[in-house]
Write a protein that binds this ligand. Structure first.
Ligand SMILES: [Fe+2]
Length: 323
């Protein structure tokens, strides 16, 4: 019997992996990698990221690093997102994992830390239950999710890059959150993960807010780049999502901010999707009083209480974040 108040806070054993598992050979090589986390069922953000990706030159790969489903409880939305995403590389987030292989203790599988309130956790559990009803009516789509890996390692310009959903040891870990990286203990733990995984860059998501944190390690400069959300605003009074772009070539996208790691350009890329259309679409499925509306609509409309200068944590930023 699972204590109701703990559902959504626990981290199932099946979510865990050793950081050393990331030391495996890179699954693929490319010159430019997009890592897109937290699409949250936003079909408009999906269109925008595919358009930006399509405009890239050279050898490119697009990888969705989990939670591409969330608000898409409408069957047509769910199928559209699933098929659009799975034409590219993808790893599972906690949402896809709890849809495909539910574990009683997990709830939404978010592994929420103590700074997230109980009411929000319970709303997330109920959103997941509603999404699961949709997914269970689409067994062929669910089977595709169950087959996805929990992490992926790429080689970009000779540099090893790990794409994870949560952190270096858990699909739903919060070690790469801006909150945890704002503490000395969190920074020390994250610093140790680069050597354990033998990578120079971790691209993560899951923890809701973006952060680009650089490190000086024995192997040279390293970075954690957490894109926050592709399908929701990430900064106060904005309405665009973010994706991560890691490339041997600089980005030409307006409004991007980033740094250099071992010859790579590591950037947060704005996804300026049709926010008005998305808000209307959201409201049609999650009206005032619904769990998703209560938890997310103020962010969808006005962004979270978070500024670009809080996300960019570099000793020598190449491009200052827009204010
Ligand atoms: Fe997540």
């Amino acid at each position: 019997m699972v204590e109701q108040g703990r559902r959504g806070r626990s981290c199932p054993i099946g979510y865990r992996y050793a950081a050393a598992a990331l030391r495996s050979a890179a699954a693929f090589e490319t010159e430019t990698l997009y890592v897109v986390g937290g699409l949250y069922g936003n079909r408009y953000a999906l269109e925008t990221v595919l358009e930006a990706f399509g405009a890239e030159r050279g050898e490119c790969a697009l990888l969705f690093n989990g939670d591409f489903h969330w608000f898409d409880s409408d069957s047509a939305d769910f199928v559209r997102v699933n098929r659009g995403v799975l034409q590219h590389r993808a790893i599972r987030g906690n949402v896809e994992t709890e849809l495909a292989s539910p574990s009683a203790a997990a709830g939404c599988g978010c592994g929420y830390p103590e700074w997230v309130g109980d009411a929000e956790v319970e709303r997330s559990n109920r959103i997941l239950e509603r999404l699961r009803e949709t997914a269970l009516s689409l067994p062929a789509e669910l089977a595709l999710l169950a087959a996805l890996p929990m992490f992926a390692v790429a080689q970009i310009g000779g540099v090893r890059v790990a794409a994870v959903h949560g952190d270096a040891t858990s699909l739903a870990g919060w070690e790469f959150s801006q909150e945890r990286l704002g503490t000395p203990a969190g920074l020390a733990a994250a610093n140790a993960a680069f050597a354990a995984a033998a990578v120079r860059v971790f691209a993560s998501s899951h923890t809701c807010l973006p952060v680009l944190q650089s490190f000086e390690t024995a192997s040279g400069p390293c970075a954690i780049v957490n894109n926050g959300a592709a399908g929701m605003p990430n900064f106060r009074a904005t309405r665009y999502g973010l994706a991560t772009r890691i490339s041997v070539r600089p980005t030409r996208a307006a409004g991007a901010y980033g740094t250099r790691i071992g010859g790579l350009y590591v950037d947060a890329l704005p996804l300026d999707f049709d926010a008005a259309a998305w808000a209307a679409h959201f409201l049609a499925h999650w009206p005032a009083g619904s769990d998703a509306h209560t938890s997310y609509f103020s962010r969808i409309a006005d962004g979270p209480r978070y500024e670009p200068r809080q996300a960019l944590r570099l000793s020598q930023p190449l491009r200052a974040a827009a204010q």
